[in-house]
Design a protein around this ligand. Structure first.
Ligand SMILES: [Zn+2]
Length: 481
């Protein structure tokens, strides 16, 4: 049994079909938006309903919130038992999405109410949701309840936005773990259904930091200032695959890109302390861009895959890495990562190994380690089209960090590799000839390299230690230091 204080899933969802305004989807969803929620766009839904792999996913959305809470918490508890992970407290932070702005519906607050009520049925798991907010909700001239595209955004002053935002947080009882008395209150003053953070989803159609209209920019800054002031954890969607309701795919990408958040963090010393989680860590696409695994032969043969000698400073994941190294309260979750894609899984581990060896260090930065910044998230139920249940997904993650890349074609490992105490990652050698493929525990090769390498390659911590950091220590710090 691996014992840990907490097991935290920092990124999952518990919404149901009732929470998604179908009117908006039918109107605006883009063909290029590769996201499971795309399913709810009418024509696509009809085509996909017959596809077996979407059955679980659709059932989840058709269920009542209470059923979903029982289903996901049950699956998580089963999974931990099967994997032999014993946690004193199991926590999920489902993220609510504000689908309303720009539409003519108001489903956010009923969605919050339904989830808060359903959370109370969770047994053995504490459910602490993050409330979603589309800033446009606070920017219109009308009342908050009638947020929409009809209001005149210019008429609202930054001070009014700040006031409305404070009211919104207070009325909905959004309070971080710290403001609720700290971790010692878990199970006492802190119970399932308490909102402990905020979720922002720019591809729904808002710019993180508008550049053209300074008043609008200041309105957004006020929102972030209040979050920094309250030390509230904020999860922002940050990968190229999104559920998009912006006017075009390109606009959605421009709104969502990580560089926008760098501008927020750089804006003032107060904002540099923002407690920010980059959801999805730029995705597996971004990870593969930083660590492009090369193939020297047949795709399926593990021995044919090699990592580059050094990572590339390119793409969204790289930009996120650079911020994680620099800003103390920034984190990233690896939710919805394609662990079924062995090349992506290998690239993720190589990225950690490169970081351990200083490849991402910057002059003048604190250079926090990525292993202290990445967090476990499932993105359940979005993973259901690719994984039958929570357990298969969590197991794929653990197998990945156990260096189960010996065979890319399968997650099945030969028994001698199954329960390694401390799995080490081999490093890239100075000569391309003897590059070591990920997961090959070739100690002899490691020793040989040492002789030739001036700088010896630092191994990653053990798999058990990494698992504990990502599922317990890092999300615990993100939620409350
Ligand atoms: Zn998500």
């Amino acid at each position: 049994m691996d014992k840990q204080q907490y097991f935290i899933d920092i990124h999952c969802h518990l919404f149901t079909a009732a929470d998604i305004p179908l009117y908006q989807l039918a109107k605006r969803l883009h063909r290029k938006a590769q996201h499971p929620l795309r399913l709810f766009m009418a024509p696509a839904a009809i085509a996909l309903l017959s596809v077996k792999k979407f059955r679980e996913f659709i059932q989840f959305f058709e269920s009542e919130p209470k059923q979903n809470v029982l289903r996901v918490t049950g699956q998580l508890k089963d999974s931990l038992e099967q994997l032999g992970v014993e946690a004193e407290r199991v926590i999920m932070t489902p993220l609510i999405m504000d689908f309303d702005a720009g539409g003519k519906v108001d489903k956010l607050l009923p969605q919050v109410e339904r989830l808060v009520a359903a959370s109370k049925y969770a047994e053995g798991v504490t459910i602490l949701p993050f409330v979603g907010i589309d800033p446009r909700r606070l920017l219109t001239t009308g009342s908050m309840a009638s947020a929409g595209s009809d209001g005149d955004q210019r008429a609202v002053s930054p001070a009014t936005v700040r006031k409305r935002w404070k009211e919104f947080l207070d009325v909905n009882l959004v309070k971080g773990i710290g403001a609720r008395g700290g971790w010692g209150q878990l199970g006492k003053k802190i119970r399932s259904g308490h909102l402990v953070g905020v979720k922002l989803y720019p591809p729904l159609g808002f710019d993180v930091l508008p550049q053209q209209d300074l008043r609008l920019r200041d309105c957004h800054l006020e929102i972030y200032r209040e979050l920094a002031h309250r030390k509230l954890p904020v999860t922002v969607h940050c990968q190229e695959n999104s559920f998009e309701l912006a006017s075009s795919h390109q606009v959605a990408m421009d709104f969502t890109k990580p560089g926008n958040w760098r501008q927020v963090l750089e804006f003032s010393s107060q904002l540099s302390q923002l407690r920010l989680n980059f959801g999805h860590f730029g995705g597996d696409i971004g990870t593969k861009m930083v660590v492009p695994m090369r193939n020297r032969g047949e795709m399926e043969d593990f021995e044919d895959w090699v990592a580059p000698k050094k990572p590339r400073a390119k793409g969204w994941t790289y930009e996120i890495v650079a911020m994680l190294k620099q800003y103390p309260n920034t984190y990233a979750d690896i939710s919805a990562f394609a662990f079924q894609d062995k090349v992506a899984a290998a690239a993720l581990m190589w990225l950690l190994a490169f970081d351990e060896n200083g490849f991402f260090d910057q002059d003048g930065a604190s250079n926090y380690k990525l292993q202290d910044k990445l967090m476990w998230g499932s993105d359940y139920p979005m993973i259901l089209p690719n994984f039958p249940n929570y357990h298969s997904y969590l197991r794929a993650f653990r197998q990945t960090i156990r260096q189960n890349q010996r065979r890319f074609a399968s997650f099945e490992m030969p028994p001698q590799w199954r329960e390694p105490d401390a799995v080490r990652v081999g490093g890239p050698s100075p000569s391309g000839q003897s590059e070591v493929a990920l997961g090959v525990r070739n100690h002899a090769a490691g020793r040989r390299r040492k002789g030739r390498n001036k700088q010896s390659w630092q191994p990653l911590p053990s798999a058990a230690e990494l698992f504990q950091k990502l599922t317990c220590e890092n999300p615990r710090r993100f939620l409350f230091e």
